[in-house]
Design a protein around this ligand. Structure first.
Ligand code: PAF
Length: 282
């Protein structure tokens, strides 16, 4: 596996592969890799000739008082995992390499960035779209793979690619869960044993929503109240939001007719966990 830490290094590697006619697939990450990330690497490898993974804990997507400093990091372990999984190039820049002192630009997808997680994390998605566009320009991928776990992020990136006419195909990877249903996340390490146990209520609450829809309930208010009521039974959980939205526009739905997605954000102690699930109306 080749490792690039400088922007110009990564750019010339990308140019070299493009010149040879290779299809570059890309998985951007913030490291501390788990099976969720590695499943995206598998998709990228199938969909391209050269798989590039970036590890960069992006300071501008963390708000003041958020977990930038204590975000878990273990790049040596990540390198081993990526090597084993067949990644070809690791791009691992420093913060000063990505953001020199005179950096001034921000990329923002209006509306979609200020709802749901954007409400409690102002500026977060602007930080994400800015770094993702930079990474696309550096890595020059033909295809980039993002996890559905960060569903709002996926929708925002797809919109940025469309609105800015970027030549990158966006592919979504399914959520990978622990055996008990908890969605894999680097932030799960923040959970103490009691919180970890209770955190399965996110997955279980979404199954409850599915069951209600299967039983013929279409009114989202009724479903959201039941999901919220279920989560509130767990004393360590503090709900940020529970919403049922259209999967493409993220607009809140009053009734479920065909396609819908339930999205949740719940605090457990220091951790803010998000999860989501497609609601199958058939
Ligand atoms: O999903 C993430 O890990 C990050 O938001 C991303 C896409 C790597 C941008 O920093």
């Amino acid at each position: 596996m080749r490792i690039a830490t400088r922007v110009d290094e990564m750019k010339s590697i990308a140019k070299e592969y493009r010149k040879k006619g290779k299809r570059i697939s890309f998985v951007p990450t913030m490291g501390y890799l788990h099976e969720g990330h590695l499943s995206l690497v598998d998709i990228a490898r199938k969909d391209g000739d050269i798989c590039v993974v970036s590890i960069f804990v992006n300071p501008i997507q963390f708000g003041p008082g958020e977990d930038y400093e204590r975000y878990p990091r273990d790049v040596e372990r990540d390198e081993r995992l990526l090597e084993q999984r067949g990644c070809d190039v690791l791009f691992y820049p420093s913060a000063s390499e990505m953001y020199p002192e005179d950096f001034l630009t921000r990329v923002r997808v209006e509306k979609l960035s200020s709802i749901l997680c954007g409400k409690s994390r102002p500026g977060h998605f602007e930080g994400v779209t800015t770094v993702v566009l930079k990474l696309f320009n550096i890595v020059k991928p033909h295809v980039a793979v993002f996890g559905e776990k960060d569903y709002q992020q996926l929708v925002i990136i797809k919109r940025m690619v469309r609105d800015l006419n970027l030549d990158v195909e966006i592919v979504a990877g399914e959520i990978i869960r622990e055996k008990d249903g908890l969605a894999m996340s680097s932030r799960n390490v923040y959970l103490d044993p009691v919180e970890r146990k209770q955190a399965t209520c996110l997955f279980r609450s979404m199954l409850l929503a599915q069951d209600m829809v299967k039983a013929g309930i279409r009114d989202t208010k009724t479903i959201v109240e039941a999901v919220g009521g279920f989560i509130k039974k767990f004393d360590r959980a503090r709900i940020d939001y529970v919403k049922i939205v259209h999967p493409d526009t993220l607009e809140e739905l009053e009734e479920i007719h065909d396609r819908a997605r339930i999205l949740l954000a719940v605090y457990f102690g220091k951790a803010r966990l998000i999860d989501n699930m497609e609601i199958d109306v058939s």
